[in-house]
Design a protein around this ligand. Sequence first.
Ligand code: SF4
Length: 120
Amino acid sequence: MTNGTLTCSAQSCVHNMTGLCSANVIHVHGAGAHSSEYTNCGTFAEKGLKNTVTHMLNMNIPGEVRQLFNSTEVQMTPKIKCDAIKCRYNDNRDCHANFVQIQGPGAVTSSNTECQTFIE
Ligand code: SF4
């Protein structure tokens, strides 16, 4: 799985902290995808008390702590499981890209998000 950097513009997600992802693991969907628009982040959950509680177990606490003490580098980045097997960064459903950008400004569901880094 990736040890690269992930940034995410889905600010409405419960895991989004100033454009970074505080989840331990995310699951990108897109089996059969030939382009970014057919991928999405299945871990997206809209901010709110219910989702904060139900997604607590997927929090990257050590990453959050490291990030708190380092504002110049990305320290908090999730592991990525990914179904988009046609992507060149996909190796056995693990993502090996050094940098991943998830898009989803104004997203209210997973389907409003996509992996911009996808390349067939
Ligand atoms: S870069 Fe490719 S393998 Fe990595 S999350 Fe995006 S679609 Fe999946």
